[in-house]
Design a protein around this ligand. Structure first.
Ligand code: NI
Length: 135
């Protein structure tokens, strides 16, 4: 894809802070960092649009001894509107499991699946990581 160049005006202090953060983050140059910022902005917009096509990673930590929690989390994935692409389960210790679910679909549906899983009884901690495919 051909690259386009454009100029950006900003005050010196903001630019100095930006350059310092870019260097700390390990970017090779300012352009690479600005491209990632543009993608992050667009991914965010996709998640804000109810029918935006997104990918979400749902991470759950739960105690598998809590009655019904495994069946509940399984049923939610079978009945989910967004497609559950994959699911990884790790037995952390005697009580705790971590499960990572990757779901693709409309933003609102992925968010709803995450909310229902995170709020399920027995789930101690849950987090939805939001991403989407960008150019
Ligand atoms: Ni387990």
């Amino acid at each position: 894809m051909p690259l386009e160049r454009f100029g950006v005006s900003m005050n010196r202090e903001l630019l100095q802070q930006l350059d310092q953060a870019i260097e700390e983050a390990g970017y090779a140059n300012r352009s690479e960092a600005v491209r990632d910022m543009a993608r992050a902005f667009l991914v965010n917009r996709q998640w804000e649009a109810p029918d935006g096509e997104v990918v979400g990673t749902i991470t759950l930590v739960y105690d598998h001894h809590v009655p019904g929690v495994v069946a509940k989390l399984t049923a939610l994935q079978h009945d989910a509107e967004p497609t559950v692409i994959c699911n990884t389960h790790v037995h952390l210790d005697h009580h705790n499991c971590i499960e990572v679910i990757v779901a693709r679909g409309a933003a609102e549906q992925v968010r709803r699946l995450a909310d229902r899983m995170i709020s399920a009884r027995g789930v101690k901690h849950g987090q939805l990581t939001r991403t989407a495919v960008q150019q």
